[in-house]
Design a protein around this ligand. Structure first.
Ligand code: NAP
Length: 318
């Protein structure tokens, strides 16, 4: 029996001594949820942003091509959580968009890692976002952190994105690559985009529906980042997905059931490709059945291991 079903929810912030956490991409879906988990705590959160107009005491400007503009401002940082990157799921994947997706991650991560490596007092850990796109389209093969990289645009980006942290590792900083799955959140990502057709009763499976979607609740993405910071035995790749990936057909049925709407309008694969281009292959039609082996063996307790509950809490909660 899964140990998750009886487990209590993970605490928002593990109690520990006051720390300083720097976050890049803090304005994004994950960054804003992670930053909110510190509200009311004694920890200090630094906002590493590209926005030249950001002027508050805790704002630190960076340039993805060259690094932190004034690294001295990072002095005293205990953990750096690097979440910044061109959004993958909005806009067609033109060659220009693909360059931005790739360069913002690979060059941006190398710039962050090199900056941290040069600091006199370095943070002890760099938690860097990655994605289950690392594994590519793999049918029903079960993928844990020891599985090889796949092929395709996203797999190539993820491999190079992870490799770009090398300067930080060489400088003795513990580096964790969080390979994040399809995030379930009412505030962004895939779910809000799916809600409109489903609520109108024209939702349905995509392509064959047999492709695996490895999902994760936004609460568990936040929990996994805290876990990666707190557990100093963790380094390298960590799959950030719920313990039970589902097929797209199962996801579709569950979403229809939570919304109490029919799901009888399948979207053929060619139509998805026509509407979204190459992005449809990598994000919607690829089958990636990923397990969170290292989160589980290191004692992480999922707050949302069950898809129905995760959907209900994001869709029905205010
Ligand atoms: N959402 C998902 O389902 C999901 C799944 C797997 C992996 N991930 C990965 O997890 C990370 C965080 O995801 P998210 O959903 O929070 O992303 P997001 O909402 O798109 O936010 C990313 C942040 O990155 C910064 N940014 C935007 N464009 C950029 C560019 N061209 N160059 C550098 N920085 C840029 C922005 O912050 P500033 O404007 O303050 O600089 C933005 O708030 C991303 O790397 C994403 O690929 C997400």
């Amino acid at each position: 029996m899964s140990t998750h079903s009886l487990a209590p929810p993970a605490p928002a912030v593990t109690p520990c001594a006051e720390r300083t956490i720097a976050i890049s991409g803090k304005s994004g879906l994950v960054g804003s949820a992670f930053a909110s988990s510190f509200v009311g705590s004694d920890h200090r959160v630094l906002n590493v942003t590209r926005d030249p107009a950001a002027r508050s005491f805790d704002d630190i400007i960076w340039d993805p091509n060259s690094g932190i503009v004034n690294p001295a401002r990072l002095e005293g940082t205990d953990a750096f959580v690097h979440l910044a990157g061109e959004n993958i799921a909005t806009g067609r994947w033109t060659e220009a968009k693909k360059s931005r997706i790739r360069n913002s991650r690979v060059d941006g991560t190398r710039a962050v890692a090199s900056t941290l490596a040069r600091m006199d007092r370095k943070p002890s850990v760099l938690v860097c976002a990655s994605a289950i796109g690392f594994y590519g389209d793999r049918g029903s093969k079960i993928l844990d952190e020891y599985a090889d990289a796949g092929t395709g645009f996203l797999a190539d980006v993820c491999r190079d994105w992870e490799a770009a942290t090398q300067p930080a590792e060489d400088a003795g900083i513990r580096v964790v690559h969080l390979r994040i799955g399809v995030i379930i959140s009412r505030n962004g990502g895939a779910l809000p985009q799916m809600l409109t057709p489903f609520k109108l009763g024209v939702g349905g499976r995509i392509g064959s529906g047999q492709q695996f979607w490895s999902w994760v609740s936004i609460d568990d993405v936040v929990g996994a980042i805290h876990h990666a910071i707190d557990d100093d035995t963790l380094r390298g790749a960590i799959n950030c997905v719920a313990p039970q990936p589902v097929t797209n057909s199962e996801f579709t049925r569950m979403l229809g059931s939570v919304l109490r709407r029919p799901t009888v309008f399948p979207v053929p694969g060619f139509a998805a490709r026509l509407a979204l281009g190459e992005m449809a292959n990598d994000l919607l039609l690829a089958s990636t059945r990923v397990l969170p082996r290292r989160l589980e063996t290191s004692g992480y307790v999922f707050s949302q291991p069950d898809l129905r509950r995760a959907l209900e809490s994001e869709i029905h909660a205010r």
